[in-house]
Every structure is written in C-alpha cells, then in structure tokens.
Design a protein around this ligand. Structure first.
Ligand SMILES: Cc1cc2nc3c(=O)[nH]c(=O)nc-3n(C[C@H](O)[C@H](O)[C@H](O)COP(=O)(O)O)c2cc1C
Length: 182
C-alpha cells in the first residue's frame, strides 16, 4: 500500500544524490554554495546540471562568469558544508569562515576545494528558468579525484570517498560502506 505525499515534499524522494559544494566567482573573490540539486545529464559530451535559487548570491556569480566547480565533500566536511548552505557570500567570505582551502583549477578561473575528494570544472553551456530556481547546464572541462577513491573501472569507492546525501531540512544519510554488483 502506498500513501499520498504532499507534492511539496516529492523532491525529497529523489533528493539524496551526493550533496556538493559549488564554487563560483573568481580567483580573487570566490564563493561556495551548498547544492543538493545536481545531476549528470549527458555522457558525450559530458554535461552536468545544478539548480540554483534565483535569490542566491551565487546565482549572479554563475550567470556573470559562466563558470563553476562542483566540489564533492566527504562527511567529515559536514559542518563546513552546512555553513556554506546557511550563509550568503554577499555578507561573508565562506573560504575564510570555514577554513577550506581554494585549490587551483586548470580549465576555469574559479578555484576548487582542496579538502574535497573531487572537483569537477564546468563552463555554463546553457540555462533554463525553473520556477524559483535556474538550472545551469555545465560542460565538464576537467575532473580530478583523490587517489584511492575510484577503482580502475572508474567507479567511486564509497568506503573511501565517504560522500553523503541530503534528505531535506537538517537531515543527511551516509553512503554505505558496502557496494553491490549485479
Ligand atoms: C544541505 C543543503 C542543500 C542545499 N541545496 C541547494 C540547492 O540545491 N540549490 C540552491 O539554490 N540552494 C541550496 N541550498 C541553499 C543554499 O546553499 C543557501 O541559500 C546558501 O546560503 C546560498 O549562498 P549564497 O547566497 O552565497 O549563494 C542548500 C542548503 C543546504 C544546507
């Protein structure tokens, strides 16, 4: 038997891809925004999408510069991720308040985050208004991952990567240590 879900909560049935931090801006003044709504959308060419609220400071930065980096944290960065999702770069320097280290990107001018397990450098390839958010389509120009977090087939090793998932509100789930093969 199934029960009705308030459609306002229907996003929470599929909310829990890895929660990420997205950097935007430029080398001089980069910002970090926490983003749960992200997904890959094309393999060839590699394209990935992020949904950013139109009221966010980051929305203006991404629209203006046409660049962003998707930075994937392990669960040990949950406090920093939370801070980047609760405060605005319009008022605070999020690298400063979190102590996170900007890492040099190779294909975009926005830095990645050193402490994250992976950084995906993207150039905006298109955008679509979606209610109170804008979906930015990112062309993936370069990606890097910590050694030991991906196997030889290019599959993420969740026990090493320790990515985590936003369930909504202040709740998160952890990636399992075990993976299954079919
Ligand atoms: C766990 C979590 C997930 C979030 N996911 C998104 C998201 O997918 N898209 C979005 O626009 N904002 C999301 N937010 C809210 C922004 O991160 C938040 O409004 C942030 O303060 C905006 O920063 P900015 O003003 O510096 O751009 C999320 C916040 C949290 C805590």
């Amino acid at each position: 038997m199934k029960v009705e879900v308030d459609i306002k909560n229907s996003n929470r049935l599929i909310n829990h891809g890895p929660v990420v931090m997205v950097t935007c801006g430029n080398r001089g003044k980069a910002n970090i925004i926490t983003v749960a709504w992200n997904m890959p959308v094309s393999k060839d060419p590699p394209l990935t999408a992020i949904s950013i609220g139109t009221s966010r400071y980051s929305h203006g930065l991404i629209s203006r510069t046409g660049e962003f980096v998707i930075c994937i944290p392990r669960v040990s960065l949950i406090k920093q991720l939370w801070a980047c999702g609760r405060q605005s770069g319009a008022r605070v320097d999020k690298f400063k308040i979190t102590g996170l280290t900007p890492s040099k990107s190779k294909r975009v001018s926005v830095p990645g985050i050193e402490e994250c397990i992976a950084n995906i450098e993207c150039r905006v390839a298109g955008s679509m208004e979606a209610g109170d958010h804008t979906v930015f389509l990112g062309e993936v120009l370069r990606a890097e991952v910590d050694e030991g977090c991906m196997d030889e087939k290019g599959t993420l090793i969740t026990a090493a990567a320790q990515t985590f998932h936003h369930l909504g509100s202040n709740r998160f789930a952890l990636s399992g240590e075990k993976t299954l093969e079919v």
